[in-house]
Write a protein that binds this ligand. Structure first.
Ligand code: PLP
Length: 388
């Protein structure tokens, strides 16, 4: 059968993820040290796993309310209020989702009419542009620059706003650059959103992973912003719970209701045992999160130092678990560098352009990898760069 005529045009037009292409090469190879996958190397803390086990033991195997367990929504509202300083009504403004991935999808579908523009800063998480396309929106990427620490500057945002702009997507700390945004820039961005009546999706998935004692500010906490923000967060990164597939969206009632319609008909609800584990994570998980954050912090410092020592210019990112060294001096493209590094030294890192064209000339190295492997990977990379 000729499937080219069967697959929806909208989907056929979406390119495959550059990360996927690259990791198909690596899969099943035990000789490779991977700095590639954006996933904590830590196992979910035991007390959280135990809560999931108890949930099963007690026979909690049913659907939950579409919005999620009321007890979890209350815990989320309390956590978001303490951590982000934004207050949401737990029973009407919090929706539990299958990861932040689902939250991004349903938020975009709830807010975008066909052809409307969604602005995001790139390099960015690989799903943003395809998710916008799947919501029939028009993706508008604003390039961020190394000299700004890959943060989004209000003046750069102002240049791309048009009468068709409807939503701005933010992600600080950023995947893949580890960029953070300071309060002043966020205030400038917020002013533009109010002036141009933009809604904001703020993907806060790395918020707990901030280093150097920096304050994390969510744009949703700035004056006048809660009403135009959808705050997206989840458990995958800080709590090392990727496989639990749990996230949430906090938003004004009308937006939550719209997202809920899509969630209810496509997902029904998030898995109950994951929701029960998430209550434990929010109520008692802070000490384990702090331990993991300290380990990432040490690894970041180590990686930034080693990369700069070997001549790859690398800024020190304020958050997440990625560094984004500049490999342009080597004369290789991002893809050439990553492929040769893999072929010659068995070290896998992701070409920066997998995260948008502004990532060309850079490499994403994820340091959610044990220290021994990180050290070995840096020794190998140093040898590789020395040969170039
Ligand atoms: N948002 C960003 C910026 C990410 O980096 C990721 C995963 O890498 C996600 C969302 C998806 O997270 P989840 O596991 O909660 O679906």
């Amino acid at each position: 059968m000729d499937y080219s005529q069967k697959i929806a045009r909208q989907i056929a037009a979406i390119p495959r993820s550059g990360i996927r292409d690259f990791f198909e090469l690596v899969q099943g190879r035990e000789d490779v040290i991977s700095l590639g996958v954006g996933e904590p190397d830590f196992t979910t803390p035991w007390h959280i796993r135990e809560a999931a086990i108890y949930a099963l033991e007690k026979g909690h195997t049913s659907y939950t309310s579409n919005l999620g367990l009321p007890a979890l929504r209350k815990s989320i509202a309390r956590y978001v209020s303490d951590f982000f300083h934004v207050d949401y009504e737990p029973l009407t403004e919090v929706l539990v989702t299958v990861g932040v991935s689902e939250a991004i999808d349903i938020a975009l579908r709830a807010l975008i009419n066909p052809g409307e523009e969604v602005i995001y800063h790139e390099p960015c998480y690989v799903s943003y542009s395809p998710s916008i396309a799947m919501a029939y929106g028009k993706a508008v990427g604003v390039h961020t620059r190394k000299r700004d620490g890959f943060s989004l500057k209000p003046e750069e945002l102002a240049k791309v706003i048009t009468p068709q702009s409807r939503v701005l997507m933010l992600n600080f700390p950023t995947n893949p650059t580890g960029a953070t945004a300071n309060r002043e820039d966020l205030e400038g961005i917020a002013r533009l959103c109010i002036e141009h009546d933009l809604m904001v999706l703020t993907d806060e998935i790395y918020s707990e992973l901030r280093y150097d004692g920096e304050e994390h500010v969510s744009i949703a906490s700035l004056p006048g912003m809660k009403e135009r923000c959808v705050l997206l967060h989840g458990f995958s990164k800080a709590f090392a719970m990727t496989g639990f597939r749990l996230g949430y969206a906090c938003a004004p009632v009308a937006v939550t209701e719209a997202m809920m319609k899509i969630h209810q008909y496509s997902m029904l609800c998030a898995p109950i045992m994951s929701q029960m584990a998430a209550i434990e994570a929010l109520e008692n998980g802070a000490p384990e999160v702090a331990k993991m954050r300290d380990a990432y912090h040490q690894r970041r410092d180590f990686l930034v130092k080693r990369l700069n020592q070997m001549g790859l210019d690398c800024h020190s990112p304020g958050g997440a678990f990625y560094v984004f060294p500049d490999i342009r001096k080597t004369g290789l493209s991002s893809k050439e560098f990553a492929m040769k590094l893999l072929q010659e030294e068995n070290v896998a890192a992701v070409p920066g352009n997998a995260f948008g064209e502004s990532g060309e000339g850079f490499l994403r190295c994820c340091y959610a990898t044990g220290f021994d492997d990180l050290k070995l990977a840096m020794d190998k990379m140093e040898r590789f760069v020395g040969r170039l």
